[in-house]
Design a binder for this molecule. Structure first.
Ligand SMILES: [Ca+2]
Length: 143
């Protein structure tokens, strides 16, 4: 029993060191902690992003992929759409969404949501323009 406990205690720092090493390889990895790469905490199965990370541990090979298939690249979701992040450094931009959750593309800020809101802004401007054109036509017909 003492031997098993001793081996467990000796193994713990190694696991913690490995985890912190992985966390510094991806921008904003702290936002989702172990669930950045795992389904349900460290040691559980890898999620879609974790599976890609296992295959492409270099951020330069990972940032422009869309691991969860939601339309946002991993870089857009983790604040680095241009792949400028250097391992161990600060993320170039703000966190946007979980790269392993296919339902939350750009849900918080930047990334894809900017594109979506730009499209919405364009549609609103077109609608306002059509309303003004219609009012002008009606006022010209009335006079
Ligand atoms: Ca994605």
């Amino acid at each position: 029993m003492k031997l098993a406990l001793s081996l467990t205690i000796l193994a713990l720092p190694t696991a913690a060191m490995a985890r912190s090493e992985y966390m510094s390889q991806v921008p904003h990895a702290g936002e989702n902690s172990c669930d950045t790469c795992h389904v349900n905490g460290g040691g559980s199965d890898r999620n879609a992003f974790g599976a890609d990370y296992a295959q492409f541990p270099d951020w330069q090979q990972l940032f422009d992929r869309d691991s969860d298939g939601d339309g946002c690249t991993n870089g857009e979701e983790l604040g680095d759409p241009d792949g400028a992040f250097v391992a161990g450094g600060d993320a170039p931009g703000p966190y946007s969404s979980n790269p392993a959750d296919g339902s939350d593309c750009g849900s918080e800020n930047s990334g894809c949501s900017v594109t979506s809101s730009s499209k919405l802004d364009g549609l609103i401007l077109i609608a306002i323009g059509l309303l003004f054109a219609r009012r002008r036509t009606q006022s010209l017909q009335a006079s």
